[in-house]
Design a protein around this ligand. Structure first.
Ligand code: MG
Length: 168
């Protein structure tokens, strides 16, 4: 059973919507990024690509490429699931942790979980979202950044029976 991990961190700046796990949460700042800057979806994307042995988000969606400017990061996760599928795997579960001092994420965890399950095509029982503060320490503790990590597992999809061709 292949397992993959992902991590991401973004600066929190004024004038950006606070997007996390594809959910917009009311807050005065949001993650800065070339795309929508969603650290939870970026960490998930990397975890899926990693488990499938398919590189990382930066290789597939370079932040110099204007195609990905302002794009909803759901697209990256869906592409990672598709790439893993092409490599012969289906997603089994996803466990995630968000590190943020503000806003408090506890009231939003259920919505985040539901949206991740929708994006990943998994039942909610196979998706988990945990939230931590940094006890006021470091750039995350000061509210200047938000980070997320994800761990996913895949299972090998039963392959098609290969047709054998003989030249007789
Ligand atoms: Mg990122």
């Amino acid at each position: 059973m292949p397992v993959g991990s992902g991590f991401d961190l973004h600066r929190l700046v004024e004038g950006r919507p606070f997007l996390l796990g594809g959910v917009t949460i009311p807050f005065e700042r949001g993650p800065l990024g070339h795309s929508d800057g969603d650290p939870l979806l970026h960490a998930l994307c990397d975890a899926i690509l990693g488990a499938a042995g398919q590189g990382d988000i930066g290789e597939r969606f370079p932040d110099k490429d204007p195609r990905w400017q302002g794009v909803a990061s759901e697209l990256f996760v869906r592409e990672a699931v598709r790439v893993a599928g092409e490599a012969g795997f289906v997603l089994e579960n996803a466990d995630t942790t968000v590190f943020a001092e503000h806003p408090r994420l506890a009231p939003h965890k259920a919505a985040l979980r539901a949206n991740l399950a929708r994006i990943l095509g998994l039942p909610e029982t196979r998706v988990n979202v945990k939230a931590k503060t940094m006890e006021g320490l470091g750039p995350i503790g000061a509210g200047d950044a938000i980070a997320a990590m994800a761990v996913v597992s895949l299972v090998a999809r039963p392959g098609p029976i290969r047709e054998l061709k003989f030249d007789i």
